[in-house]
Design a protein around this ligand. Sequence first.
Ligand SMILES: [Zn+2]
Length: 81
Amino acid sequence: MPLYEYRCRACDAAFEILVRAGDTPACRACASPDLERQVSLFAVDSDGTRQAARARSMGTAVTRQRDKDKADVELYERHHH
Ligand SMILES: [Zn+2]
């Protein structure tokens, strides 16, 4: 389960929250769903490192999507055999 850091656009509170697939996170302070995901993980100094971090992040997103597709197929097959 991924732990994300968010900042609330309504009241400017910052907090970390566990987000399950399909969940809509809400602000802990004011319950607003208008949140901005923080990307502090990639706040690095040099341009080269930043680009590498971005490439890694895109690769990770693709891998996650592929894993999800695989999981969906496995779920489908489990239900149809
Ligand atoms: Zn808030």
